[in-house]
Design a protein. Sequence first.
Length: 284
Amino acid sequence: MPTFEWNADFETGIAFVDRDHRVLVDLLNQIFDAPDDAREAHATLGSVLNSLIDYTHYHFAREELLQEASGYTGFHGHKAEHEVLTTRAQEFRQRYMLDPEAVSLVEMAQFLKDWLINHILGSDKAFVEACADHPEAIAAAEALQLDGSQKTGKVAPGAFTWEDTRILVVEDNRNFQGIITTILRSLGVRDIALAGDGREGLEAIERDAAFDLILCDWRMEGMDGLAFVEAVRRTNREVKVVMMSGYADNDFPERARQAGVDAFLEKPITARGFLETTSRLLSG
């Protein structure tokens, strides 16, 4: 059960701000169900921290664009608070990455609660009244994308859109499934299928072969990721495949490519690295 349930207290009334806040809260909740296995826990918690920081940079940039364009008088103070929060979060992540055992789950959860929840319920409420009646400023801020580009609303014929992309996630770590799903939902993906191992992944493809992208783990019980990809490639050479793992040795990416993998992501992942890799594949 999530530790932080979304409720009306979190609502600002500005749709993209509320969507961003939901993503941040969903990522925060992944921390409390971290797996017992130390290596899996490191991959999960590291990915949560990386993605929280990436998405927070993005969210703060959108908020600041909205506030400045709306002429919000508290803009500079709010931006300064963002900078303090970001610095603290980066320092916390650095401590964890250097020595995961030096940071307790309780400490991590409390820090992120103070960082995210209290900021959402406190400082963010203050700018809403000043900005809510500026539709052009809201539209400009909402158009800012995670990669820093501006969404124009015009899509070239044949170009991919996240909204129309169908994705299969083959991953035996349910927490990591949650992280990936949260990132994909934040990008606008609507069609996501989940499989807990290679066999389930093949069954999902047998039911519906029209996936555009497959994201799969390497180390899974039963059929591992390489065997799964080899089986997929016997019947489907078109679907894009990204393999994710925190266990890789130096020659693994090459072995994965020989099996039919198009790209490789090492856990802990980052939201920005995930976006860059998948966008490049789907745009090619």
